[in-house]
Design a protein. Structure first.
Lengths: 218, 338
């Protein structure tokens, strides 16, 4: 198989959620001496982007995105040792991401993380039920560009406001872009609490973060 | 037309069933969180105290005259060490561990039902809200593990759903002392935003149908709410045997009415976050008007309702706007006398 055919197969296997079979394809690709960087970018990430597009078109469901990301990560494990030196990808930026304190619904947050990861961002995932100060401390530690905050519950939406208020109180608000999302969250709420952006779903989140950081879409 | 005033929810329901005049149409919402605020409790403190649970529902009824009050069972207790976020422990699940003696939630709820029925049971039929089999399953093994199981381990997922369905039957049995109850099933994990129609038909529908049929052996009414976009599975929802379907705000009432409005009573669907929580009273009035405009001629019936849970921090004036607009619009659209 040619490099192009293998890249197509990697993309297809992510898109078709073949998490059990994709490692073999990744090995075959590396054994043939092809660039790991290309394999990730022109194969895996392309497949994940296709899955994201199908999700935006309502052809794919959350469950499909989850399975596609399983396939992507299964192949990434094979590629990672080969991604050294100039093969290593230059990241577009660093994002802190987590569900606010009191919220444990993290499927949506995980999908946003996956899509941003695939798009080339360095993702620091704080998990779910994350205390307000933790977002700020981790953003400082990792010199993050963006803080992404998620909740699925109206009861914990006020905690998002607290994160913004604390960032201001501690004099670091201007160092970060803050993006929020999750089921009950709206554009209006984002404006009201002074967040920089809101995204309705995981595939839109990538465009949002790129826009916030003024990164052009290829 | 005969002028009727100040009917109780029971009288109103009975009149509607028999084609008699009513004072207004029923008003319903998913209000437990808001009701907790109404009586000055936190959500968690009132959830674990029978008297507080009863107080908040009675207060909601007395304050706003709502036509539905609920005691809810949403999540099975996690037995430490049994569930580890994957499907491997499903075989160890044991129904006897979830008897009312061991399961505090059931015990608290049964007490709360008694307290409410003593106080206002002659005016309103209490609704017992339960999670659907799929949602209980997700709560037990984690939602990601459940979704992955759809693809890799259907057999274990079915075994788990067998368990949660049997559990729900036992929960219904444990309520046998109460003969005047309605039921409402919440199945957010069966959401069209989360799973595909094919997965809905395989993993949600059969078990929902089974538990609804089981409840119908002893009780008249079983409502169903599924979050997210359910447009592609509306006919399947009708097939489950539910008596009413509550639409999420992202589903068009008109579309639902055209698809299944001749077969099932529709409820909906004022956006809880966008309007109850963040909207103005004027916006709520507009949305209530639009909901009645689109829904009132549903052949099998229409009831105004919130699209999902009404937030704790909903401003009082928004709640009042919802109630007042619902009364006004229902009289307007159904030609009822003021």
């Amino acid at each position: 198989m040619s490099k192009e055919e293998l890249l197509k197969k990697l993309s297809d296997y992510v898109y078709e959620m073949e998490d059990l079979d994709i490692p073999e394809v990744a090995k075959e690709y590396l054994d043939a001496g092809h660039s790991a960087h290309d394999g990730v970018h022109q194969g895996l990430i392309k497949g994940m982007e296709r899955a994201g597009d199908s999700f935006a078109d309502e052809e794919y469901f959350v469950s499909d995105l989850l399975f596609a990301s399983d396939a992507m990560y299964a192949a990434l494990e094979i590629f990672e040792p080969a991604l050294t030196g100039d093969q290593a990808t230059e990241k577009l930026g660093t994002c802190i991401i987590g569900n606010v304190e009191g919220d444990t619904h993290d499927i949506g947050k995980n999908l946003v993380k996956t899509m941003l990861d695939a798009a080339g961002f360095n993702m620091i995932d704080l998990g779910k039920d994350v205390p307000v100060q933790e977002f700020i401390d981790q953003a400082e530690t990792h010199q993050a560009d963006v803080i992404c905050i998620s909740t699925l519950m109206t009861t914990t939406m006020p905690v998002m406001r607290e994160v913004l208020e604390e960032l201001s109180a501690q004099g670091v608000r201007d160092k970060y872009k803050v993006a929020i999302g999750g089921g009950p969250v709206t554009e209006k709420f984002a404006e009201e609490i002074g967040a920089d952006g809101y995204s309705e779903n995981a595939s839109e989140a990538v465009n949002l973060i790129k826009r916030l950081l003024a990164i052009p879409n290829e | 037309m005969t002028k009727v005033k100040n009917m109780t929810p029971k009288q109103r329901r009975e009149a509607l069933k028999t084609g008699q005049p009513v004072d207004r149409m029923p008003i319903m919402m998913f209000h437990p969180d808001y009701a907790a605020k109404l009586v000055g409790d936190s959500i968690s403190s009132s959830n674990f105290d029978s008297q507080k649970l009863a107080n908040r529902e009675i207060a909601m009824y007395r304050t706003y005259g709502v036509d539905e009050i609920q005691i809810q069972y949403f999540r099975m207790p996690m037995k430490t060490g049994v569930m580890t976020g994957n499907l491997s422990m499903v075989k160890e699940l044991d129904l006897s561990e979830f008897s009312p003696e061991n399961d505090h939630r059931q015990k608290i709820n049964i007490e709360a039902v008694k307290l409410i029925q003593e106080e206002i049971g002659d005016e309103i039929t209490l609704t017992y809200g339960i999670s659907g089999p799929l949602t209980l399953a997700g709560g037990l093994v984690s939602h990601e593990a459940l979704l992955r199981g759809f693809r890799r381990d259907q057999e274990t997922v079915h075994e788990l759903l067998r368990f949660t369905t049997d559990f729900l039957k036992s929960l219904v049995d444990n309520l046998a002392q109460f003969d005047d109850l309605n039921f409402f099933i919440f199945d957010p994990v069966a959401s069209g935003s989360l799973i595909s129609p094919k997965q809905f038909r395989e993993f949600a529908k059969p078990y929902l149908s089974e538990i609804i049929a089981y409840i119908h052996e002893s009780y008249d009414e079983v409502g169903l709410h599924i979050c997210g976009n359910t447009t592609p599975v509306l006919q399947d929802i009708v097939d489950t045997g539910a008596d009413a379907f509550s639409l999420d705000q992202i589903v068009s009432i008109t579309d639902a009415k055209e698809a299944v409005g001749d077969q099932i009573l529709l409820m909906g669907n004022i956006d809880p976050s966008r309007y109850f929580l963040q909207g103005s009273p004027q916006e709520i009035e507009e949305k209530v008007y639009e909901a009645y405009r689109d829904g009132h001629d549903t052949e099998a019936g229409f009831i105004i309702r919130s699209g999902c849970g009404v937030p704790y921090h909903t401003p009082e004036e928004n709640m009042e706007a919802f109630i007042n607009a619902s009364i006004r619009c229902s009289r307007e659209f159904y030609n009822l006398e003021d």
